[in-house]
Ligand binder design. Structure first.
Ligand SMILES: CC(=O)N[C@H]1[C@@H](OP(=O)(O)OP(=O)(O)OC[C@H]2O[C@@H](n3ccc(=O)[nH]c3=O)[C@H](O)[C@@H]2O)O[C@H](CO)[C@@H](O)[C@@H]1O
Ligand SMILES: C=C(OP(=O)(O)O)C(=O)O
Length: 513
């Protein structure tokens, strides 16, 4: 069927806006994108305004240049879920190890010439993407029993054949900068990608690593780095207390030939796991779990080490939420409570009936775990707004789960996501299932509960946590729902649908016929 001219114009304008956003997300100017496409800046300008007819060939080239899911034509086969909601869940489910420690540890293994064995690594797409990039750099890896992962780096990493497709699908590639600065005087690295949560700056990384002599220029879809190695002459102060920027600074300091002090460091869970791993590599780090880290660098590291990252507080929150919104009694085992203290305290204030068992240590020997049993509860909206903070605040990645819990609770809740430009917007998809969520502005939501969720068909937004929140709402919904194209969930969760089914959820995984 041919489109009417007005409809075509509208589509071109929408595609143009998507292209402009994706270009800015990659930090490219119109001229740089034009160079990549072999066209002129004025043509890119017209495309972005929707004033240029687009051939399939041009669309394909733009997709490749920007690696944008929005305009990619040949996507991997889509997987969908059919959820029969309203089932009560029961039983016990174990929390798996975290995505965010997993990716940090993979990057950090590049600091070591010896063999790294990581225990019970989450078998998720984000890990696979980093592994694919590492393999293309000459790293050998193999999965052992129980998701243990053995990593053996080559004598010298190779950068001539890097898997750009895998690299551009993850933001964590940015954490290759620090390991590489120790071994190369100049190098190129593809731009970081990942979920579409709006603009996410890489400037704090550049500022932190400049202290170690790394200069990075962005161009043609790649970072171009030059290195004049140095030990920071004075304490370095991070301008943001970000998790991956702290990890990059730690990895740069770990092999600097002297002592580095990092201030305004994130003390969050994945940073702590990275510190414990680096300590096993022989790097002394004082102040783990605080915002000032003192790192005694070791210029060459060649040790066979074994490390077991801790459990994922975000997965723990996801599973607790599943119990709450389905009105079920379930036990979530191996909850890293020290990284979920505020979340649990807030739920308690909202009226959650729950109990926690005695504390025990994670396999890393440091992180405190508990088993939490949630029981059916009548929840009341909190009086004050719910907002995240860098650790030890309410975790930024747990805020989406509070949006769903607020929709389940009685009363009106304000949710303030000051962090991400896009994530709150995706959460309004819950309205398709009957929630009453008002977007006050891109960072603030008003949620009016309680909600009697009802089944609907929804396409996964291009963001991990909002996608999972939709799945959990579908478990609570009366009737049957379909969640389309769930690949984004595989980026951060291992077999989530299958594991929820073991608790009694009715979820069918299906593909396109
Ligand atoms: C692989 C990994 O570990 N990913 C986590 C990490 O990403 P990552 O460390 O990459 O997070 P970013 O650096 O992108 O920070 C997220 C956003 O918060 C802003 N910001 C952050 C800290 C701060 O003190 N001030 C500030 O404004 C940043 O500008 C950015 O817009 O931290 C995020 C925030 O906890 C989490 O959502 C991600 O799951
Ligand atoms: C935003 C997230 O992670 P990443 O930094 O991998 O995009 C997340 O885990 O929700």
């Amino acid at each position: 069927m041919s489109e009417t001219p007005a409809r075509t114009e509208d589509i071109l304008r929408r595609i143009g806006t998507l292209i402009r956003d994706a270009r800015k997300h990659r930090g490219l100017t119109q001229t740089q994108l034009a160079d990549l496409l072999g066209t002129s800046q004025s043509a890119v300008n017209r495309i972005e305004r929707g004033a240029q007819n687009l051939s399939v060939d041009m669309l394909n080239r733009v997709s490749e240049a920007l690696d944008s899911e929005f305009v990619t034509l040949g996507k991997p086969a889509a997987v969908h879920l059919r959820v029969r909601g309203g089932q009560e869940l029961s039983g016990t489910i174990d929390v798996k190890t975290s995505k965010n420690a997993g990716v940090a540890l993979l990057c950090a293994s590049l600091l070591n010439r010896g063999k790294t064995t990581l225990r019970r690594v989450a078998r998720i797409e984000e890990v696979n993407r980093i592994l694919r990039v590492m393999e293309s750099m000459g790293v050998k890896y193999r999965w052992l029993e129980d998701n243990d992962l053995e990593i053996v780096p080559p004598a010298k990493l190779r950068l001539d054949n890097i898997d750009e497709d895998a690299a551009r699908r993850t933001r964590s590639i940015i954490m290759f900068l620090a390991p590489l600065l120790h071994d190369f005087d100049t190098f190129g690295l593809p731009y970081a990608g990942g979920c579409d949560l709006g603009t996410r700056t890489v400037e704090p990384h550049m500022m932190a690593l400049r202290h170690f002599g790394l200069e990075v220029k962005a161009g043609a879809g790649e970072y171009h780095a030059t290195v004049t190695r140095q030990v920071p002459p004075r304490p370095i102060v991070l301008i943001e207390r970000g998790d991956t920027v702290t990890e990059n600074a730690l990895m740069a300091a770990a092999r600097a030939g002297g002592v580095t002090v990092i201030r305004n460091a994130s003390p969050n869970y994945m940073v702590q796991d990275l510190c414990f791993y680096l300590q096993k590599l022989g790097v002394r780090i004082d102040g783990v779990g605080t915002t000032t880290l003192t790192v005694h660098g070791v210029p060459r590291i060649d040790r066979d080490v074994d490390y077991a990252p801790s459990e994922d507080p975000i997965e723990a929150m996801s599973l607790i939420t599943a119990g709450i919104v389905t009105g079920s009694s379930i036990t979530v085992a191996r909850v890293p409570i020290e990284f979920l203290e505020i979340e649990v305290a807030l739920l308690e204030e909202m009226g959650l009936d729950y109990s926690r068992g005695p504390e025990y240590l994670a396999a890393n020997g440091n992180t405190r775990l508990v088993d939490i049993t949630v029981r059916p509860s009548t929840l009341i909206a909190p009086i004050d707004k719910v907002h995240p903070m860098p650790f030890p605040g309410l975790n930024i990645d747990n805020l989406p789960f509070f949006t769903l819990i607020a929709a389940y609770a009685n009363g009106s809740t304000d949710i303030h996501d000051w962090v991400y430009d896009n994530r709150a917007i995706y959460l309004t998809d819950l309205n398709k299932l009957g929630a009453r969520i008002t977007l006050m502005d891109p960072h603030r939501l008003r949620v009016d509960g309680p909600t009697h969720f009802s089944g609907a068909e929804v396409i996964c937004p291009p963001a991990l946590r909002p996608a999972v929140v939709l799945l959990l709402a579908m478990l609570a919904a009366k009737g049957t729902s379909v969640l389309r194209d769930i690949n984004v969930i595989h980026r951060g969760y291992e077999q989530l649908a299958e594991r929820l089914s073991l608790l009694g959820a009715s979820i069918e995984v299906f593909g396109d016929a």
